[in-house]
Design a protein around this ligand. Structure first.
Ligand SMILES: [Zn+2]
Length: 129
């Protein structure tokens, strides 16, 4: 579980770009497991099938549903990455169909009242594209 401790701030930027399309969230599972995320035992096989989809092995619609539903596997992987992998002061998240690691205040750009960060801190996204 500690393999992920070495994600550093120099890894900030785009982790999953838009060309992944609907496979982007399956890619997220692959990234999370390669960094040490262990799905609930009941989800183990589904996660395996969805990751195999990246190699062209077709998963079924139920699998895709459990991936993308609210609180589903993609959300769980993201929460785990933020809890155990993101460097201090940085967060992973989706923006316009792509998955980024950004300084946490960049995520406040659309919600400036959420903390007392400055506009300058919120406007740094371009540095990580
Ligand atoms: Zn902020």
């Amino acid at each position: 579980m500690t393999a992920l401790a070495n994600v550093s701030t120099t890894s900030a930027g785009c982790w999953i770009d838009g060309h992944w399309g609907r496979f982007g969230s399956a890619r997220l599972l692959s990234i999370a497991t390669s960094h040490g995320w262990v799905p609930e035992p009941a989800d183990d096989e589904v996660v395996g099938r969805l990751i195999a989809e990246l190699d062209g092995v077709e998963a079924d619609e139920d699998d895709w549903e459990s991936l993308s539903e609210q609180g589903g596997l993609a959300d769980q992987a993201e929460v785990w990455l933020n809890a155990y992998a993101a460097p201090e002061g940085y967060l992973f998240g989706w923006h316009d169909g792509e998955f980024f690691l950004w300084p946490e205040h960049v995520w406040h750009a659309d919600d400036p009242g959420v903390c007392d960060c400055t506009r300058e801190q919120r406007d740094l996204a371009w540095r990580f594209l």
